[in-house]
Design a protein. Structure first.
Length: 168
């Protein structure tokens, strides 16, 4: 099993961040995914699209990704550079959609409670170990099952299936 590490600054949000806040519906008709991603989180955090850098990590309270089942929500986060999302809990459909597009997601109430905007986190995606480098603290999220790690390593479900079908 290949070890994957993600490292980035924290963007911190509260509970019940729904998919309309992640990517407002008024932008779903934009065909270019990169252009669409420039509107990620703008209704909740107008500075997010300008400040997010590749590797950054979204940290949120309970029920992150609630609302509609749109796959664009995790896709926009990934497209604008977010390397992982850590929350106390996720809406089930968002969790699965994130896995399907290759965005690692972790549940850890302790890591969320300790993290503040701007903190630097490092996550070992294989073990679920979350290090808050700013505070010198370590937290354990439940590690993702190996088959889900394989989907994330492949870059998403479509790429994972292509590799498996091509390997036979």
């Amino acid at each position: 099993m290949a070890e994957m590490q993600v490292h980035g600054r924290v963007f911190r949000y509260g509970k019940d961040v729904n998919t309309d806040l992640i990517i407002p519906a008024r932008y779903l008709n934009i065909i270019d995914v990169k252009e669409q991603a420039t509107h990620t989180m703008e209704d909740l955090d107008p500075e997010f699209p300008r400040k997010v850098r590749p590797g950054d990590i979204v940290v949120a309270e309970e029920n992150y990704g609630c609302g509609s089942s749109r796959e664009e929500a995790p896709l926009m986060l990934k497209t604008c550079g977010v390397s992982a999302v850590v929350a106390k809990s996720f809406a089930r459909i968002f969790f699965r959609n994130a896995i399907n597009i290759g965005l690692p997601v972790f549940e850890s109430a302790a890591a969320v409670d300790a993290a503040q905007a701007g903190d630097e986190l490092e996550i070992d995606t294989a073990s679920g170990l979350i290090r808050n480098l700013t505070k010198g603290q370590t937290y354990q999220a439940a590690p993702l099952p190996e088959f889900i790690q394989g989907i994330i390593r492949a870059g998403g479900l479509v790429e994972y299936v292509r590799a498996r079908v091509g390997a036979k």
